[in-house]
Write a protein that binds this ligand. Structure first.
Ligand SMILES: Nc1ncnc2c1ncn2[C@@H]1O[C@H](COP(=O)(O)OS(=O)(=O)O)[C@@H](OP(=O)(O)O)[C@H]1O
Ligand SMILES: Nc1ncnc2c1ncn2[C@@H]1O[C@H](COP(=O)(O)OP(=O)(O)O)[C@@H](O)[C@H]1O
Length: 188
């Protein structure tokens, strides 16, 4: 490759898309569905899955307010680095507290990196029936406590870039709604 053929970094716009919502809301499913769609078109995409992050980057952290904040800041740091380098970073992580989410948004703003917040707004009544990991049943049986949306806070985003009502949609419909937003913002 000659100097004149260098790829222009500005040709590839990265972004972080944070999917916040309750356990079993559909965050991971939507992120993976969209990642598949975009990768098939050659887009560089990474899904920063909450469970995976807690196994490695956030190993040892629990679910206190402080630990959740630390977890979210670490993920925000990695997502911003990826996004700044042209990757679309999809982040299906609960992030229950407004101040934690705002700190991540600020980090992106500081670096001029695009950041979108998506509220996967599935009601707790639907999430607890889905109960993908059996957490709602465990909480009801008194085996665990501090479950987000049940006996731990979830502060809903007031003005997300997109709100997805997954209880009224199929998975492809929800992924398409997010894809449409990315296209509209020039990020797909
Ligand atoms: N007490 C409690 N409250 C909420 N969630 C719990 C809890 N214990 C375990 N889990 C499971 O942990 C998964 C990852 O959580 P996150 O890292 O996304 O949470 S946080 O943003 O740090 O609050 C989260 O994954 P998702 O179900 O994909 O949301 C939960 O399944
Ligand atoms: N429109 C939808 N979008 C996302 N998930 C949906 C939708 N409709 C039904 N589901 C189901 O809801 C569950 C969501 O689980 P998951 O994605 O693991 O949630 P979370 O990552 O928010 O904890 C999956 O079983 C998924 O198939």
């Amino acid at each position: 490759m000659t100097a004149g053929q260098q790829i222009q970094e500005s040709d590839v716009t990265g972004a972080t898309v944070w999917l916040t919502g309750l356990p079993s809301a559909g965050k991971t499913t939507i992120a993976r569905e969209l990642a598949g769609l975009l990768r098939a078109r050659g887009r560089r995409v990474e899904v920063l899955d909450g469970d995976e992050i807690r196994e490695f980057l956030s190993a040892g952290l629990g679910f206190s307010r402080e630990d959740r904040h630390t977890n979210v800041q670490r993920i925000g740091f990695v997502a911003e680095l990826l996004a700044r380098n042209g990757v679309l970073a999809l982040v299906p992580v609960i992030a229950p507290f407004t101040d934690s989410r705002e700190a991540v948004r600020k980090r992106h703003q500081t670096h001029g990196t695009p950041y979108l917040e998506v509220h996967v707004a599935t009601p707790v009544e639907v999430c607890s029936v889905r109960d993908v990991k059996g957490l709602y049943a465990k909480q009801a049986a008194g085996e665990i406590s501090g479950l987000t949306g049940v006996d731990d806070p979830y502060e809903e985003p007031e003005s997300p870039d997109l709100r997805i009502e997954s209880q009224d949609q199929t998975v492809p419909e929800s992924a398409a709604a997010l894809h449409a937003l990315l296209t509209e913002r020039g990020l797909a």
